[in-house]
Design a protein around this ligand. Structure first.
Ligand code: PLP
Length: 371
């Protein structure tokens, strides 16, 4: 007989998922109701309003896609990219590469703008790409590169896209709730995120928002969106403005209770206070790491407070340290990804997990393991 699964209580300080609070876990375990129940429809409206707050937008098409961040990414690409389009894709880490895949699978051409991993997207290179390809219809980039711990200038990149009559697709999986993200003020057109990072909710949902210009492009498509599930014209029937919701798919009811709770918590704290908390704990962690003789992999100006990339000292067994932290301290930190595998550790201080107790627990454990 297989018995029930009882996971240990870990402290999640990797690149996500982050620690989920007891309050959010409590919401998850409330009774399941029908996904077209009038009370659930009311909850959906509240989630939409809370997401608009988190994204700082009035976009009517703002909703949680019932699938992880990669599905939010795909939802943006399949709805906005048509066969034959040219899309400028910025890559300075793992996730720009995933964007390229999406563009090519839509039958479009990806014009790649490459930057060194650990550095932000270069505005000059993007301007040059637009000069070389004035017919590019979209600019796609990652705001907070989780694979490297780097923040790119989303405001300036969105402005560049506008200047060249292109729409912007912004990956905000790791930025939402952790650092400033002003969708309307910056003029971002399609933005997707994930619930498992700075929202500290359970993984598996992807908040997205589309500007009126993006909606216009979706409405004017000549080619059918190749994904039935992610076709926003169909999803709008369920998540749209009207109180008459048509069945599209069965929403992950309890996951949405959890998302609602995590967004209520964000609203209670306030966005500015949440950003300040992330920055405060990041600074404390960096001070402690540097006092131990460790160095940060990313220049201070571009560091993400929620994802700290640390250089692994010469001769230290990367996997051995992480395994000891997990087994002896119940502490998860992340390995380097892609080009940075074996070179960096990624220490997350995301959402609920960004607190002083975690900073101290991580520093104490690392010091003990590296001694
Ligand atoms: N984009 C970024 C920047 C991410 O960090 C991640 C996940 O870590 C994703 C996209 C994909 O999200 P998910 O793993 O939820 O599909």
């Amino acid at each position: 007989m297989t018995s029930s699964f009882f996971p240990p209580h870990r402290t999640l300080m990797g690149p996500g998922p982050s620690d989920v609070s007891a309050r959010v876990l409590g919401a998850l375990s409330r009774p399941t109701i029908g996904h077209l129940d009038p009370l659930f429809v009311q909850l959906m409206d509240e989630i939409k309003g809370l997401l608009q707050y988190a994204f700082q937008t009035e976009n009517a098409l703002t909703l949680p896609v019932s699938a992880p961040g990669s599905a939010g990414m795909e939802a943006c690409f399949v709805n906005l990219v048509s066969p034959g389009d040219k899309v400028i894709v910025c890559q300075n880490g793992v996730f720009g590469g995933r964007m390229q895949e999406n563009v090519e699978r839509c039958g479009a051409t990806a014009i790649m703008v490459q930057d060194e991993w650990g550095h932000p997207v270069s505005l000059d290179k993007v301007a040059q790409a637009f000069a070389d390809h004035p017919d590019a219809s979209l600019l796609a980039f990652v705001h907070a590169e989780t694979s490297t711990g780097v923040r790119s200038d989303a405001e300036a990149l969105c402005a560049l896209a506008r200047e060249h009559n292109a729409l912007s697709i912004v990956d905000a999986v790791t930025s939402l709730g952790g650092i400033e993200l002003k969708v309307d003020e910056w003029g971002a057109d399609a933005v997707y995120s994930g619930t498992q990072k700075c929202l500290s909710c359970v993984p598996g949902i992807s908040p997205v928002t589309f500007s009126p210009a993006a909606v216009e492009r979706i409405q004017g498509r000549e080619h059918k969106v190749q994904s039935w599930f992610l076709d926003m014209k169909l999803v709008m029937g369920y998540w749209g403005g009207s109180s008459k919701r048509a069945y599209h798919h069965t929403a992950p009811v309890n996951d949405l209770y959890a998302l609602h709770e995590s967004l209520v918590m964000l609203q209670e704290e306030g966005l500015e206070a949440a950003f300040a908390r992330h920055l405060h704990n990041h600074r404390a962690l960096v001070a402690g790491l540097e006092a131990m003789g460790l160095s940060m992999a990313v220049a201070e100006a571009y560091r993400l407070p929620q994802l700290n990339a640390v250089n692994i000292p010469e001769g230290v067994d990367d996997a051995g340290v992480r395994t000891t932290l997990l087994n002896d301290f119940n502490l998860e930190i992340g390995a380097g990804l892609g080009a940075l595998a074996g070179k960096t550790w990624r220490i997350g201080l995301m959402g609920f997990a960004s607190n002083e107790r975690n900073v101290l627990a991580c520093l104490t454990a690392l010091e003990a393991v590296l001694a």
